[in-house]
Design a protein around this ligand. Structure first.
Ligand code: SAM
Length: 473
C-alpha cells in the first residue's frame, strides 16, 4: 500500500478510480452526521486582499495587523503568526522586496499562492520542512489539471502568469510548463477558505481534500477551522459510499449549476442534476420563474408559447407575456440604478421598492427575490433596524429550506441570525427556538468545539435560562 493510501485507510477511507470522475474517496466505514471524515492543513495558502481589507498571512485575521517592514506585502496579527510563517516568508520576503512598486500591486492572491507553493516545495525538497504521507508535492503533482481542456486564451494567460513567477523567483529553478499546469490545477482544485459564517478569507490548496469529487446533493460539507480544512458528514455515509462535497453555490437551477461547474470541466450527473424533465421544469419555474396572478396562490407558472402566456400549474390562472416583460424591464432598470447607491438609508428604501416590484413578478421562492431580501437583511442590520432585519431573515428561511437540503450550514447560520435578532428584541421564546434549530444543524456541520460553536451554545443556554425564568415568573 502507498503511504497516502495507508494514511487514508487509518481514517476509514479508500482512494479509488471512479468511472467518469478520475480519482475519488470512498468510505471504508460508516460515518454519521457530524463525524469528521478528513481534515488537512493547506499545502499552500494565501489570504484574500481587497482595497479595504487586509489579512494576516498566518491566521487570516483582519484586526491588529502589522506589515512586514522588509517586503511591505506580508501582514501579521502578532509574533505567533509571524513565527509560524517565517520559514516560508524567509524565502518569499527578499523576492517580494525586490519587486518594483507597480509589480507589487500586480501581485494577486493567486500569484502569491503559486509563489508559496513553489517555495514550500523547495523547503520540503531541501529538508527544511518535513514531508509526510499527506503533505508532499507528489500529491500536488497528482492533481487533475485539465490542461488539454483549456482554450488558447486561458493557456496563454497561465503561461504569462508562470513567466511572472519565474521573474519573481529568479533564485529558484522553475519549470515554466509545470507552473503553467499548476495554475490550471489551482483553478479546479483550490478551495476558498471561509470563516465560520462562510465569509471568504483566502484560498488554499489541500491536495488530499482535493481528491473529493462534487455533487449538487452532497453527503459531506467542507468547513474551515482557521486554515485547516475539515470535511464533515452531513448525511449518514455507509461503507462503500463515495464522499462528496459541493464545489459551488447550490442555490441555483440545474442550468446555472452546470454553468458554474464549467470551471471544473465536467457535467454533473448527481441525482439533483438528472431528475425527470417535469421536475426540472418545476424547479426552474420556482427558482427563476414568475408568480401566480393570484398572490395567495404559490403555484408555479409554465410558459405556453402558442398563446404567449404563463399559466399557473396549481390554480390554472394565466399571466400574459407582455405584462410579465413590462415588469421584468422595470425590475432590471431599478436594479441597474442601485449599483451606485452607497448610503444605507437610501439603499434600504431603494431595495424595498425593488422588493415590492419583484413581488409582483417573481415566484415567492425565487432566487432573485431571495437575493434582494438577503441584501435588505444586511442593510437593515447595518442600520440597527433589528425588527426590519428579523422580518427579512424569516422571509428567507422557507427558501433556504427548499434550496439547501438540511442539515446545511447556510440554513443553520440563517436560523442563528434569526435567533440573535430575536434575542436583541427580547423575544426570548422565539430566540430559544431559533438558537435550538441553529445548534441542531451547525453542531453537525461545524462540530461542537470551536469558539464559534461555544458562543452559540452559550447563547442557547442563556435563552433557555431566561425563557425558564419568564415562564415561571
Ligand atoms: C478537485 S478534483 C477532484 C478529484 C479528481 N477526480 C482527481 O482525479 O483528482 C476536481 C475534478 O474532478 C472531476 N470531478 C469532480 N466531481 C465530478 C463529478 N461529479 N463528475 C465528474 N467529474 C468530477 C473533474 O474532472 C474535476 O475537474
Amino acid at each position: 500500500m502507498e503511504p497516502l493510501e495507508r494514511a487514508l485507510s487509518a481514517e476509514g477511507l479508500t482512494l479509488s478510480a471512479i468511472p467518469g470522475k478520475g480519482r475519488g474517496l470512498i468510505a471504508d466505514k460508516n460515518f454519521f452526521p457530524g463525524d469528521v471524515v478528513i481534515c488537512q492543513e493547506p499545502y499552500a495558502s494565501s489570504p484574500s486582499k481587497t482595497s479595504t481589507e487586509l489579512r494576516c498571512d498566518g491566521c487570516f485575521a483582519s484586526a491588529g495587523l502589522k506589515k512586514c517592514s522588509q517586503c511591505r506585502i506580508a501582514w501579521y496579527c502578532g509574533s505567533a503568526c509571524q513565527k509560524s510563517e517565517w520559514k516560508l516568508h524567509q524565502l518569499e520576503c527578499p523576492a517580494l522586496s525586490s519587486l518594483r512598486e507597480d509589480r507589487k500591486k500586480m501581485l494577486t492572491p493567486t500569484l502569491r499562492l503559486m509563489i508559496r507553493l513553489v517555495l514550500r516545495r523547495k523547503l520540503q525538497d531541501t529538508g527544511v520542512i518535513p514531508k509526510t504521507a499527506t503533505d508532499n508535492y507528489d500529491l500536488v503533482a497528482a492533481l487533475a489539471s485539465h490542461m488539454s481542456d483549456l482554450d488558447e486564451k486561458q493557456l496563454l494567460l497561465y503561461a504569462q502568469m508562470a513567466n511572472l513567477i519565474k521573474m519573481i523567483l529568479p533564485s529558484v529553478e522553475v519549470d515554466l510548463r509545470e507552473i503553467t499546469e499548476n495554475f490550471s490545477k489551482l483553478s479546479c482544485n483550490a478551495h476558498s477558505i471561509c470563516d465560520d459564517q462562510l465569509r471568504p478569507l483566502g484560498t488554499g490548496l489541500y491536495p488530499v481534500i482535493s481528491i473529493i469529487n462534487h455533487s449538487c446533493r452532497p453527503n459531506s460539507v467542507l468547513v474551515f477551522e482557521g486554515r485547516i480544512a475539515v470535511v464533515r458528514a452531513m448525511q449518514p455515509i455507509h461503507k462503500g459510499d463515495e464522499i462528496l462535497i459541493s464545489y459551488i453555490e447550490i442555490a441555483a437551477t440545474t442550468e446555472t449549476r452546470q454553468e458554474y461547474l464549467k470551471q471544473y470541466f465536467f457535467t454533473c450527473s448527481c441525482l439533483r442534476c438528472i431528475k425527470n424533465p417535469l421536475e426540472e421544469l418545476k424547479e426552474n419555474a420556482i427558482l427563476e420563474g414568475y408568480r401566480c396572478k393570484d398572490h395567495k396562490c404559490i403555484g408555479y407558472l409554465f410558459y405556453e408559447a402558442k398563446e404567449k402566456k404563463f399559466t399557473c400549474q396549481v390554480c390554472g390562472l394565466s399571466r400574459d407575456e407582455y405584462g410579465i416583460n413590462r415588469i421584468a424591464k422595470e425590475v432590471s432598470t431599478k436594479r441597474a440604478s442601485l449599483a451606485s447607491t452607497v448610503n444605507p438609508s437610501e439603499a434600504s428604501l431603494l431595495y424595498r421598492n425593488l422588493e415590492l416590484l419583484e413581488l409582483k413578478l417573481f415566484h415567492p421562492h425565487s432566487i432573485n427575490l431571495l437575493r434582494t431580501r438577503e441584501t435588505l437583511l444586511k442593510i437593515l442590520m447595518e442600520l440597527n433596524d433589528w425588527r426590519g432585519a428579523l422580518t427579512y431573515c424569516w422571509l428567507t428561511i422557507p427558501v433556504y429550506q427548499r434550496l439547501y437540503q438540511s442539515p446545511h450550514p447556510m440554513l443553520g447560520l440563517q436560523y442563528y441570525t434569526c435567533g440573535k435578532l430575536e434575542w436583541i428584541l427580547e423575544q426570548t421564546e422565539n430566540a430559544l427556538k431559533s438558537f435550538t434549530e441553529a445548534a441542531e444543524i451547525l453542531r453537525i456541520t461545524h462540530g461542537i468545539s470551536t469558539p464559534f460553536m461555544k458562543e452559540l451554545f452559550s447563547k442557547l443556554e442563556e435563552a433557555r435560562a431566561e425563557d425558564y425564568y419568564k415562564q415561571s415568573a
